[in-house]
Design a protein around this ligand. Structure first.
Ligand SMILES: O=CCCC(=O)O
Length: 513
């Protein structure tokens, strides 16, 4: 494949884009492509090869002020746009992203490692958000209330909260930005995005398309930075006087810090989409083929690196052996390799830290007596695929006889490790599924409708998959409870209202009415 040489970068990008101008290696502030004040840059690594292929500016505390000032100035303009104008511009952004889908998917594959077919799937999912929020923009409404006192009238209007900061993860760099920015821009807010150090290029391409769609300069700013400067830059963005709201997706530990920064500098409104450790419960009356197909898609999606992936798979004892065999047979058929190689079904992990975490959980489970049904080693991708030589691979791994004292039971894995547990009764499954501080998503498979309904009510999570492993969609409110955070993204009303304030007007009338 021919390569693109890129402005401002010292590396050779290993892929070809139809629209080469979508590839940016500078931050985007106030409609300009800019370096950081220090002029320092960091490398972007292809996880499939372990090699750097691009670079971006390291922004630090000193860069926050001018970027947020630009977001604030843009807010003074953008908040006056009519909802119809915002909806039309969101729809234009949507159309431009649709036209650039293949280019965006290539960038996602090289930054995250996920196979091209999955990157295209992420685009389809993500484009649901621009579509959905362009519709929501036009439907933001206040209310009029019946008064308790004579001659009084009470009404509310909804207004955009102001400058929003988005701290976004690397696992779904397009979907997470469109989910947050779609809601913010629909509400009339401007947004400053700090992408994850692993995936700035995807986000910069989106900012370029937003500008082409006609959003004013400063409406969507992007400040890139590396792993080292991330805590400092994030703190300065959260605590800045011009920031009105923060939306964060990532770990519970960092989420607590974000909430603290928002509390001490405000209090400011924040939305926290945090970690998972999600249970997946299969009863003996379930359609096992269907449960297996859903588990395959959910668990191996982006090599297990989704917050809502199945972490603990509880299977009723009578069908456990059969289910183990079915799962292992299907998983053995997955071709692991570089995301850009034809036929790859599972790519690498996005970071080498991720590989170490999976290795630690597998070693811990092995030493405590878990059965390793397949995998259990660091890998190098598909045999003979030269592109994967130094990539961040771990074999798809299935273990059974997993117990609650093992690391994999207590913490989110975020990698290609599927842990199976035997259970006997509904009460046992429910209590084990809920035995975690997390509460993002849970899944249950049974053909008994009464049980399905009971589990829906009794499982402690913000989202419950009922005979499905796929519950992410623009129209569905997304968000967790317990240590998985608070606030909802996507869905009707709830997502946009995270970026709105309700202003109450009380009017006393002069005469008798
Ligand atoms: O990893 C978190 C997001 C996953 C999703 O939106 O389906």
């Amino acid at each position: 494949m021919a390569s693109n040489a890129v402005n401002g970068g010292s590396h050779t990008v290993p892929f070809t884009l139809k629209d080469r101008s979508l590839l940016h290696q500078q931050s985007y502030v106030n409609g300009n492509w800019v370096e950081s004040k220090s002029g320092k840059r960091f490398d972007i690594i292809d996880p499939g090869s372990g090699k750097p292929f691009a670079s971006c500016p390291i922004n630090d505390v000193a860069d926050a002020e001018s970027a947020l000032q630009s977001s604030y100035d843009a807010f003074q303009v953008y908040k006056k746009w009519t909802p119809r104008q915002r909806a039309q511009t969101l729809m234009k952004w949507h159309e431009l992203c649709v036209a650039a889908k293949e280019d965006l998917a290539q960038i996602v594959t090289y930054e995250t490692g996920k196979p091209i077919y999955e990157a295209l799937g992420e685009l389809d999912y993500a484009l649901g958000f621009t579509w959905w929020f362009s519709g929501e923009a036009d439907r933001i409404q206040g209310s009029v209330f019946a008064p308790s006192a004579p001659n009084r009238r009470i009404l509310t209007i909804k207004q955009p909260i102001g400058v929003a900061v988005a701290l976004v993860p690397w696992n779904f760099p397009i979907a997470m930005v469109l989910r947050k920015a779609g809601a913010a821009l629909a509400a009339g807010c401007t947004m400053l995005v700090k992408p994850s150090p692993e995936t700035p290029l995807s986000v910069l391409a989106l900012a370029d398309l937003a500008s082409r769609a006609g959003f004013p300069p400063g409406a969507l700013n992007v400040l890139t930075t590396d792993l080292d400067a991330t805590p400092r830059l994030s703190e300065s963005l959260c605590t800045h006087r011009l920031t009105a709201k923060v939306s964060f997706t990532g770990s519970t530990g960092v989420g607590r810090l974000v909430a603290k920064h928002c509390a001490v500098s405000g209090p400011k409104k924040c939305t926290l989409e945090l970690g998972g450790n999600c249970p997946f419960v299969v009863f003996d009356d379930a359609d096992l083929e269907k449960a297996l197909a859903q588990l395959m898609a959910l668990k191996w999606r982006h090599a297990g690196q989704a917050c809502i992936t199945a972490n603990r798979v509880y299977v009723q004892r009578g069908v456990l052996q059969k289910f183990e065999q079915m799962l292992v047979a299907k998983t053995k058929g997955l071709k692991v390799g570089h995301g850009a190689t034809d036929g790859t079904a599972m790519g690498p992990l996005t970071t080498d830290r991720g590989v170490e975490k999976v290795a630690k959980q597998v070693d811990d489970a092995r030493s405590r007596g878990a059965r390793i049904l397949m995998g259990g080693n660091k890998g190098t991708g598909a045999d003979g695929d030269a592109k994967t030589a130094n990539g961040y691979f771990y074999e798809p791994t299935v273990i059974s006889d997993t117990r609650p004292d093992m690391l994999v039971s207590r913490e989110e894995t975020f990698g290609p490790l599927c842990a199976l547990y035997a259970f006997d009764s509904e009460e046992e499954a429910t209590s084990w599924a809920n035995d975690t501080s997390m509460g993002l998503a849970s899944y249950v498979f049974t053909q008994d409708v009464d049980r399905l309904w009971r589990m829906f009510e009794n499982l402690e999570a913000g989202m419950i998959g009922l005979n499905t492993g796929n519950q992410s969609a623009a129209e569905s409110p997304f968000g967790g409870i317990k240590d998985s955070g608070y606030g909802k993204e996507s869905g009707k009303d709830v997502a946009v209202s995270e970026y709105l304030v309700t202003k109450t007007g009380t009017l006393t009338l002069g005469g008798h009415f």
